[in-house]
Design a protein around this ligand. Structure first.
Ligand code: ZN
Ligand code: ZN
Length: 179
């Protein structure tokens, strides 16, 4: 594991959310947000309303900016987010998860909690000087964010779809050379 379990879970969730904005947008309905909430094992307030969905959708550009920022830019964004939301880190243990950090109350809007949780996770990334774990997909036509938590830093594509497309293209290029 590169970071703590809660940090890694927050990063995975933040990247998935930012990437959902890439065409075709995959976060268009309250049901899709519900799926996201369950898939990433969130706890706390979840309104299941259009207003909540709109807030979470509107958060995506800021998440993308934070996740793809250089280290010093990321520091400014993290500090700003934590100050704006009056983050107070507290260790909690609940729902079968071991001690981990929450920095805003569970009754805060879902979008607020995602933003603060991502900022908290980025603290670890910044302090460990591991910004290179985050990159834009190696596929030229894709702007998806890649989170590489592998030991040998081998991940280059945001999804298996992009990875497979690149493998097929490389295979075709080799075949063409042979003719
Ligand atoms: Zn928790
Ligand atoms: Zn991609």
């Amino acid at each position: 594991m590169v970071f703590g379990h809660d940090t890694e879970a927050s990063l995975v969730a933040a990247v998935a959310l930012a990437n959902s904005a890439e065409p075709p947008d995959t976060l268009g309905t309250v049901a899709a947000l519900d799926e996201y909430y369950v898939e990433h094992a969130y706890s706390g307030r979840h309104d299941r309303t259009r207003a909540e969905l709109d807030e979470v959708r509107a958060l995506r550009p800021a998440l993308r900016a934070l996740l793809t920022a250089d280290r010093d830019e990321a520091v400014a964004l993290v500090n700003e987010l934590l100050a704006r939301h009056h983050a107070v880190p507290q260790l909690l243990r609940h729902d079968g998860s071991d001690w981990h950090l929450h920095a805003v109350e569970n009754d805060q809007p879902f979008a607020t909690r995602i933003a603060v949780e991502t900022a908290m996770a980025m603290i670890d990334v910044i302090r460990a000087d591991e910004m290179s774990r985050l990159a834009v997909c190696a596929d030229e036509d894709c702007q998806g964010i890649v989170l590489d938590l592998s030991r040998n830093r081998s991940r280059r594509f945001c999804s298996t779809t992009c990875g497979n497309r690149a493998a097929v293209a490389a295979y075709r290029a080799r075949q063409a050379e042979r003719v």
